[in-house]
Write a protein that binds this ligand. Structure first.
Ligand code: XIL
Length: 380
């Protein structure tokens, strides 16, 4: 990966902003000088290119953190629930659905005219206790189809996308096609993917149907194998006319990873696009737990890394937009998942704990500014 200096970052941003051709939506935003409060918001920049920008949020943010919510309203055109639409939240008992928190998010987003993406109809985590105890080959198809019809049916026409299947691949599990060994695969075999995509297409034909995956970001062996297995799976699904429409790349990045190869990444996106599929960046963040404590150098490394990754991906017109997994360092799942040994909080998101724009915010802004304008307006 070629490190990006602050000077070249600012210069590239200025040039992108100064260009006057191929704009998708009216006048260009003013050049990004500093990530101060006056700079044009991320979703405004994204929309200008026919893209979208958004983030994940959870109940605590929605109900107890109006300051963060205000920043989300300012920066985002789309949100995704960190928890509320997952099985454990929305289907806690075999005969009981609980839409309280999903409905609250929909109500707020509706008021703000912010779009919502659904996440996720099939996953091997966030499962209610009853499900693994109950699911088997005999009842699996009906259980899954009923769940999808109920949940996707309830929010039909109101969601921009659905993550129909999340994290289907884990080559190390040594299952056919590199599929992850989950309760879904054990009960239904690989047909669970077909069942889920078909059921979603029936329940909410308008939402873009996405296969969401992590671990496809770097030129390292296990990710190389995962990219290969994912492309094979996509080819198989599309050839059999399973109604998948897009791939979500989670993009949980690691600022200490040196094997970021922009050519390999761009090739991978092009391979997905060649199958007629769209690409969404769904859970972007940049972990810093393997970096030294110093905040200024951490923020620079996180920003340079995130921008280098986005710069490789955003040029492909199949890419529709970016969501980060949270907006501010006040809350990130990474502090639970990969706590820093020194006890400091990670700084993986565009805003700091005081909700000020960080260097990563500038990096995302610059990458959006540098992206070519899409021919057609985005879905947000
Ligand atoms: C995480 C949430 O951020 C946590 O709050 C929750 O406890 C576990 O799930 N990939 C995904 C997301 O698709 O659903 C995960 O979200 C992060 C990894």
């Amino acid at each position: 990966m070629r490190p990006i200096s602050r000077r070249s970052l600012l210069a590239a941003t200025f040039l992108a902003a100064a260009a006057t051709t191929s704009c998708a939506a009216g006048p260009l935003p003013p050049p990004l000088v500093e990530p101060g409060p006056g700079a044009v918001a991320l979703n405004t920049r994204a929309r200008h290119k026919g893209l979208f920008y958004g983030c994940a949020l959870n109940d605590d943010t929605l109900t107890k953190d109006p300051a963060t919510l205000a920043r989300i309203e300012a920066e985002c055109g789309i949100v995704v629930a960190e928890w509320s639409f997952k099985w454990a939240a929305i289907h806690p008992k075999i005969d009981k659905y609980d839409f309280t928190s999903a409905d609250a998010l929909m109500a707020w987003a509706g008021k703000q005219k912010i779009q919502v993406r659904g996440h996720a109809l099939v996953w091997h985590e966030a499962l209610p206790d009853w499900l693994p105890e109950t699911l088997n080959a005999g009842n699996g198809e009906k259980l899954l189809t009923d769940h999808i019809h109920t949940v996707a049916g309830r929010y039909a026409k109101r969601l921009a996308h659905w993550d129909v299947v999340n994290e289907a691949i884990n080559v190390e599990d040594k299952q056919p096609g590199g599929l992850r060994n989950t309760i879904w695969l054990r009960a239904l075999g690989p047909a669970y993917l077909d069942i889920a995509f078909h059921a979603t297409a029936v329940a909410d034909p308008q939402a873009l149907r996405v296969l969401n995956e992590y671990g496809t970001d770097y030129a390292i062996d296990w990710q190389e194998r995962k990219r290969g297995a994912l492309l094979d799976l996509l080819s198989n699904l599309t050839h059999r006319r399973v109604p998948i429409q897009a791939v979500g790349l989670q993009a949980h990045l690691d600022a200490a990873e040196t094997a970021l190869d922009q050519k390999i990444l761009a090739r991978f996106i092009a391979d997905i696009a060649s199958m007629g599929l769209k690409v969404l960046i769904t859970e972007f963040d940049v972990r810093d737990d393997r970096l030294p404590a110093d905040i200024a150098s951490r923020d620079t490394a996180v920003a340079d890394h995130g921008r280098a990754w986005l710069d490789a991906v955003l040029p492909n017109p199949a890419v529709l937009g970016v969501l980060s997994w949270g907006i501010s360092d006040r809350h990130s799942w990474l502090n639970d998942k990969y706590p820093r040994a020194d006890g400091l909080a990670q700084r993986p998101l565009p805003l700091d704990e005081d909700l000020n724009r960080k260097k990563l915010w500038s990096g995302i802004a610059a990458s959006l500014d540098a992206a070519p304008a899409r021919g057609t307006p985005s879905r947000t």
